[in-house]
Design a protein around this ligand. Structure first.
Ligand code: PEP
Ligand code: MN
Length: 277
């Protein structure tokens, strides 16, 4: 086998991996899953309102950070355990699977107990001790590409998780650092077909962190579906202007609905469909 990542490679497994979540959501098949939610869980009211709008618009999963890896120690750090309880409650109320980030081994154990998917953020993509730890947990993991990680490094990070016994791994392109400050990051759309060729794992795109501005999220979500993404993760907030984090890239509720309508058409054009419950 030529690829340095063995278990993650297409050579090792030809068929696409499909990850099945408890409420019937499947990621990696012909149907494209849409994950929506706020950057961070802020309050019960904010999360319930968001879960309702995501489910009404046709999203199948709820996202929201309870442990936030912020650039500044003075920024809102998340509600931690209380946030996980709110996520589980909102997910159950609106029949949405729940994904949330873990930042270290103790938070990963807590996330595994309360959520359906453990998210490893861009900043921890090469936290090898954490990757090995989630590799020993029996929960699907979403691994986000590091800010300056190559595609091969992303696949080797996935291999750390898989080689510990957890083969339920999904990868997410979320933008990489570039010289151009017109966008927060440069969403590397070419990474999607490159990854699809090199690995059998499901590939997600995050046009929110990938661009940093809500006006750019819907066009890049459309482009990611056209490029072959198996799922999208998008930030949406009932009142983005008052969000405690990432308000400028969070969609207004009406924009989330508009995005779902646009994605239905793009998915159809590439012989796929949007997963509905
Ligand atoms: C997130 O999705 O909440 C997040 C912090 O993203 P990233 O790790 O890609 O910066
Ligand atoms: Mn965010």
């Amino acid at each position: 086998m030529s690829a340095p990542y063995k278990l993650a490679s297409r050579e090792h497994k030809k068929e696409d991996t499909v990850i099945a979540l408890p409420n019937g959501v499947k990621i990696g098949g012909r149907e494209i899953a849409v994950i929506g939610g706020p950057c961070a869980v802020e309050s019960e009211e904010q999360l319930m309102r968001t879960a309702e709008l995501v489910s009404r618009a046709g999203g199948v999963m709820l996202r929201g950070g309870a442990f936030k890896p912020r650039s500044s120690p003075y920024s809102f750090q998340g509600l931690a355990g209380e946030g996980l309880i709110l996520l589980a409650k909102a997910g159950a109320a609106y029949n949405l699977s729940v994904i949330t980030e873990a930042i270290d081994a103790p938070s990963a154990d807590l996330v595994a107990r309360h959520a359906d998917v453990i998210q490893i953020g861009a900043r921890n993509m090469q936290n090898f001790a954490l990757l090995k730890h989630v590799g020993r947990l029996k929960k699907p993991v979403l691994l986000k590409r590091g800010l300056s990680a190559t595609i091969t490094e992303l696949l080797l990070a996935a291999e750390y998780i898989m080689s510990e016994g957890n083969e339920q791994v999904m990868l997410c392109e979320r933008g990489i650092r570039s010289f151009d400050d017109s966008t927060r990051n440069l969403l590397d759309l070419s990474a999607i077909p490159v990854l699809k060729a090199r690995t059998h794992l499901p590939i997600l795109a995050d046009p929110s962190h990938g661009t940093g501005f809500r006006e750019l999220v819907v066009p890049m979500a459309r482009a990611a579906v056209a490029a072959g993404a198996d799922a999208l993760m998008v930030e949406v907030h009932p009142e983005p202007e008052s969000a405690l984090s990432d308000g400028t890239q969070s969609l207004h509720p009406a924009q989330f609905v508009e995005m779902m309508n646009a994605l239905t058409r793009v998915a159809h054009a590439v012989d796929r469909s949007i997963l509905a419950r």
